[in-house]
Design a binder for this molecule. Structure first.
Ligand code: OMP
Length: 233
């Protein structure tokens, strides 16, 4: 039975053992899990089987960004392994996103396909350095509209941009927001952050939370504290 929780816990670990150790302390009825570049590069698809076997739905966060055919193949490979969600970079452009979506449709695969807009670790000065003069908010809007028009099911964005994107793209368009910091956690390297309840009120559909849960002494207690913040407790 898939969870109704909006919480996606980021398993940012350097080994399969460490990741599974954390997964075994979490409950698949209360969160989904995200597997990112470091863990997947070390463990390969074995981690997906291990997490699926434990009853978790998995967001495979490899942020594909390449020529259209290559990305379409990578997205198909991810979806065939049964992941719940996979992502690409919206800055890869319309043809890349359309090719990825088309491949899933052709193959009858129902994995959610979303696009990263502007990373939550980036602010205006970082964009300027790579030649983008727009503000992060404007650039996120531009990329979200492009992602929607290219057939994406949603975007990864900061919760600070979620309400504007709800107006622009509607509430069914997924808004997966990292940079979530519950009242008990430090911002760390994140720049565009928001508290869980504020992020949901702003229009996030899913919240990606890493270190506030995975580095807590009691991860399930941290998750329960976030659930309580979400329910207004
Ligand atoms: O795609 C992502 O998940 C992502 C996009 C983004 O813009 N910012 C961002 O932090 N993330 C991921 O979200 C997670 C955030 O982890 P914490 O900062 O520890 O909560 C990490 O796994 C990041 O890779």
């Amino acid at each position: 039975m898939p969870t109704a929780s909006p919480l996606i816990i980021a398993l940012d670990y350097a080994s399969l053992d460490a990741a599974l150790c954390m997964a075994d302390r979490l409950d698949p009825s209360r969160c989904r899990l995200k597997v990112g570049k470091e863990l997947f590069t070390r463990s390969g698809p074995e981690v997906l089987d291990a997490l699926h076997g434990r009853g978790f739905e998995v967001f495979l966060d490899l942020k594909f960004h390449d020529i259209p055919t290559t990305v379409a193949g990578a997205v198909q490979a991810a979806a065939e392994q049964g992941v719940w969600m996979v992502n690409v970079h919206a800055s890869g452009g319309r043809r890349m996103m359309e090719a990825a979506k088309q491949r899933l449709v052709q193959q009858g695969l129902s994995t959610h396909l979303i696009a990263v807009t502007i990373l939550t670790s980036m602010e205006a000065a970082d964009l300027a350095e790579v030649g983008i003069e727009a503000s992060p908010a404007d650039q996120v809007e531009r990329l979200a509209a492009l992602a929607r028009d290219s057939g994406m099911d949603g975007v990864v964005c900061s919760a600070q941009e979620a309400s504007r994107l709800r107006e622009l793209c509607g509430s069914d368009f997924l808004k997966v927001t990292p940079g979530i910091r519950p009242s008990f956690a430090a911002a760390g390297d994140q720049r565009r952050v928001m508290a869980p309840a504020d992020a949901m009120a702003a229009g996030s559909t899913h919240l990606v939370v890493g270190r506030p849960v995975t580095q807590a002494e009691e991860p399930m207690a941290a998750l329960a504290a976030i659930e309580s913040e979400l329910s207004g407790g």
